[in-house]
Design a protein around this ligand. Structure first.
Ligand code: COA
Length: 633
């Protein structure tokens, strides 16, 4: 089982030969706003199995910053033995290639299971990201309800586009990206199991609405089969609020924040009661969840970053059992959050989709709201009233709810968040320096970590592998020999020109790895595949996987992901390891939204210090670039 937070020189992808050069100049994701529809079957190339020798060469290079000379010598020998003719690596490689011949995507099922469904820590903090929408000012309850209704309308319009295959196909350079993740946004629910969860895919005509920890079924189509309009949805939500003026005695939703085994056990107990079984099925089938939250202290909170931290907390964990933590159903892929004092956003359960499709949907919703769009469909003349879902809570389940409350509160207290907008510059400046903005920002994080901890930080960045059928992500190992040399150069007395040369080398090394990762030619998924194929075939785990090189280079103290949206929002999530930081960022032309987090319980990390180091690093990089540029006067 692996932990997911929280994203070739020449190879064959399906029948098509791709080269580094083909993609190096045009790697960014863009939406193709032609009328082209995402076809049902996109006929994309299959995820390649990298050549063993290529992966091992890359791997050895990537472990170097984390090892002393003796350790590196041991790792080098292990790598040599692993890859030798007749060695275990070759055997595993041929088993993996055989699997790839039989699967469209040799990794997809394994990844879904090992990164998500078999992962037992809570989805809250450890897996599900929050996405904070731009702030709103609600003067009244009606404002909150109108905004929530508008959000639902926008989501329904977006779902209609998905159903019609009308979402513009995203492109990476000239390559279309796999659009199948969009189909899993609405109606999906993760169902807890005692050892492994499963995903349930549904289509329906209702949403689940939570208020004061009560759970309601709200139909969005009337008895006449017509969709409700915005005013009618707001009226339904008002009925929900009026029917739940005091907090629910048993906040059943908080169970979804639990360790998955514990929730799986409670779920089985609950399901034995037919009333519970029917309510659970109702939530499972709904299109999405809408959380009408209590105020979270946004007003009078102070500056924008204070507000960003409050909103991030609400979207990641709901602020604990005393706040909105019980007003959630974390198993649902999408939970829209509309707080009484203007915190708006969503929480998404990560297993069916990556952050980027969710961010694209967010831009659609924000655009819809800001332009005050509405549907031209005839409204229903017979809306159905909301139905409060009933749960019979026996003593066992009550005890589980109390444990879940305690566990969530501990987790909430442990998560340090520091979110901010870096507004000194954004992508435009970096592009003007002829560098990749993403690689530059990644190197700023490397530099920040090194200046703070005086040691290289193993560093995970998600790269989309959606050029391939069913593709999800590959890891970019952002910590490199070059990134460490760059950080050292920046901290030393070298003249600006030398620092800039070190920066360019580090940025280029990162970009080079990115190009390969986007083509499915990184180190991590391939090594995972070889490991899983060994396990499936009853083969002892090769020593390579127990070695310091593997362990240290995969202990990702920086877990990072670019999730880009046009609006002034951002995604946020928890760190991957106890002594690590998370950094999710939304780079825009003139600023960058950063969401960083760490665990308070670990003495080695401080999010506040990391944020300061990151801001200082970004400023230093800007300054040396300007100092190294000859004056035009
Ligand atoms: N000089 C000038 N401009 C450059 C440049 C250079 N050397 N290199 C890149 N640029 C430009 C690009 O053309 C692009 O321009 P645009 O803003 O007009 O589109 C822009 O800078 C951004 O490119 P870059 O920063 O290099 O990369 P990217 O935005 O494509 O991001 C990844 C790279 C890896 C983040 C992206 O490919 C990806 O995989 N995203 C998905 C990650 C993910 O899955 N996250 C969710 C996990 S839950």
């Amino acid at each position: 089982m692996i932990r997911k937070a929280g994203c070739a020189v020449q190879t064959l992808c399906g029948n098509k030969a791709f080269t580094l050069e083909t993609y190096a100049s045009s790697l960014h994701v863009s939406c193709c706003y032609s009328s082209a529809k995402a076809p049902q079957a996109q006929n994309l190339p299959h995820l390649p199995v990298p050549k063993l020798g290529d992966t091992l060469t890359k791997y050895l290079k990537s472990v170097r910053p984390h090892l002393n000379d003796e350790e590196f010598a041991v790792t080098s020998t292990l790598v040599k033995d692993f890859g030798a003719a007749g060695g275990i690596g070759q055997k595993l490689q041929s088993l993996l290639e055989k699997r790839a011949e039989q699967h469209t995507n040799w990794l997809a099922d394994w990844w879904l299971s090992s990164a998500y469904l078999e992962y037992r820590d809570p989805v809250v903090v450890y897996s599900s990201p929050g996405l904070v929408f731009p702030f709103r000012t609600f003067q009244s309850e009606q404002d909150q309800l109108n905004y929530a209704a508008k959000t639902v309308m926008a989501a329904l319009d977006y779902k209609a586009l998905i159903d019609d295959n009308a979402i513009p196909v995203e492109m990476m350079g000239k390559s279309p990206l796999d659009m199948s993740q969009y189909k899993k946004i609405f109606g999906t629910c993760r169902i807890p199991g005692e050892k492994k969860d499963r995903l349930s895919f549904n289509d329906s005509k209702h949403i689940t609405v939570l208020h004061n920890n009560h759970i309601f079924h709200v139909d969005l189509w009337g008895e006449d089969g017509k969709r409700l309009n915005e005013k009618q949805i707001a009226e339904q939500l008002k009925k929900v609020k009026d029917a739940s003026k005091t907090p629910a005695e048993n906040p059943v939703g908080i169970l979804t924040s639990e360790n998955r085994n514990a929730w799986g056990r409670a779920y089985e107990i609950m399901k034995k009661d037919s009333v519970n079984a029917s309510s659970l099925a109702d939530v499972e089938r709904s299109l999405a969840v809408l959380c009408l939250d209590a105020a979270a202290g946004l007003r009078g909170a102070g500056g924008k970053d204070r507000q960003q931290n409050i909103a991030a907390a609400q979207t990641i964990h709901g602020g604990g059992s005393g706040a909105n933590g019980g007003n959630r159903w974390f198993d649902k892929t999408i939970q829209f959050i509309v707080g009484a004092d203007g915190v708006t956003g969503l929480t998404y359960e990560h297993s069916p989709a990556e952050g980027q499709p969710i961010a694209v949907m967010t831009d659609f919703i924000i655009d819809y709201i800001d332009k005050n769009k509405s549907s031209d469909q005839a409204a229903s003349s017979s809306p159905l009233p909301p139905v409060a879902l009933k749960f019979n809570v026996n003593d066992d389940v009550k005890a589980s709810i109390n444990t879940a409350k305690d566990n969530l509160d501990r987790l909430v207290a442990d998560l340090e968040l520091n979110c901010f907008t870096f507004d000194k510059y954004g992508k435009s400046f970096i592009k003007s320096q002829k560098m990749s903005p993403d690689s530059y920002l990644q190197m700023a994080m490397q530099y920040a970590f090194y200046r703070l901890h005086k040691t290289p930080g193993a560093h995970y960045e998600s790269a989309a592998t959606r050029m391939f059928a069913g593709g999800r992500t590959e890891t970019i190992r952002s910590c490199s020999v070059e990134s460490v040399e760059f950080a050292r150069a920046m901290l030393g007395p070298a003249p600006p020109k030398e620092k800039v040369v070190a920066m360019q080398r580090a940025v280029n090394a990162h970009k080079n790895y990115t190009v390969q990762a986007l083509q499915g030619l990184g180190v991590d998924r391939h090594l995972l595949g070889l490991k899983l194929v060994a396990i499936e075939n009853g083969i002892d785990l090769p020593k390579l996987y127990l070695d310091a090189g593997y362990v240290k280079s995969a202990h990702m103290r920086l877990s990072t992901s670019q999730v880009a949206c046009r609006c002034d929002g951002f995604m946020c999530y928890g760190p991957l390891v106890a002594d690590g930081y998370a950094t999710c960022y939304n780079p825009r032309e003139r600023d960058v939204n950063f969401a960083t987090s760490a665990f308070n319980s670990h003495p080695a990390t401080s999010c506040q210090s990391y944020r300061a180091a990151l801001e200082d690093s970004l400023k230093d990089m800007h300054d040396v670039l300007l100092q190294a540029t000859p004056s035009k006067l």
